[in-house]
Design a binder for this molecule. Structure first.
Ligand SMILES: C[S@@+](CC[C@H](N)C(=O)[O-])C[C@H]1O[C@@H](n2cnc3c(N)ncnc32)[C@H](O)[C@@H]1O
Length: 214
């Protein structure tokens, strides 16, 4: 095993076992400078950001959509979105160091320090698309209030694309919260496909696509 692989596993394990928002933020602040390289390694092959962007483009009818990339990290989803379409992209994340790298990509209109476990300081119906990749995972952000907040911030007919790590889709209450949101008539489930997430490491995620009810 190479030194790089040990480092990747150390950071990822730490992130997924974070016991508090503060420890999660500290971990990402420390990981930020090597995050992209670590997850691009063949042992990880983190393809979720590209699949998230593809799902958002496929599900949206807008050619000039306004997007919130929630839990944007270093900007992998924003970069993938920027390649495939003409979009205006805002980002939000807990880690200042991750946001700094996202800023350097040049693809975000604005970036906001934000805790997704709390209400989000944005107006109702601001975005055509919300993406959230890699942030509904162990030790990070739970389903409530984040999913409802995403629905609130999305325009009628707009799209939410979020990955939820396979092992917590049911046990973490995400599936139940999505069913509740749909039963309340707030949004319709378009799909919940199980897809590769870190293809090199063999883990998968539910790729949730929600459409906000008009
Ligand atoms: C695995 S990274 C995913 C980043 C990016 N979306 C990607 O796919 O590369 C998880 C991100 O969630 C952020 N995060 C963790 N807890 C958060 C919270 N409570 N509020 C907002 N962001 C959070 C971390 O700072 C980190 O950037």
């Amino acid at each position: 095993m190479t030194t790089q692989v040990i480092s990747e596993n150390f950071h990822l394990a730490g992130a997924r076992n974070a016991l508090s928002k503060e420890s999660c933020m500290k971990l990402y602040d420390e990981w930020a400078s090597s995050y992209n390289n670590d997850l691009a390694d063949a042992s990880q092959n983190y393809i979720a950001p590209i699949l998230t962007a593809q799902a958002a483009v496929a599900a949206s009818t807008h050619t000039k959509a306004t997007v919130l990339d929630a839990g944007c990290g270093t900007g992998l989803v924003g970069e993938a979105l920027a390649k495939s379409n003409s979009m205006t992209i805002d980002g939000a994340d807990l880690s200042p160091a991750m946001l700094k790298i996202a800023q350097d990509t040049g693809v975000y209109r604005s970036l906001m320090l934000c805790d997704l476990t709390q209400p989000i300081a944005k107006d109702d119906e601001t975005y055509d698309i919300i993406t959230c990749c890699g942030t509904f995972t162990r030790g990070h952000v739970g389903p409530d209030p984040a999913l409802r907040e995403f629905v609130r911030l999305t325009k009628n007919g707009g799209i939410i694309v979020a990955t939820i790590l396979e092992e917590i889709w049911v046990s973490g209450g995400y599936k139940a919260e999505v069913e509740k949101i749909q039963a309340e008539g707030l949004a319709k489930v378009v799909s919940t496909d199980l897809k590769d997430y870190r293809k090199g490491a063999g883990d998968k995620a539910t790729f949730l696509v929600l459409e906000k009810s008009a």
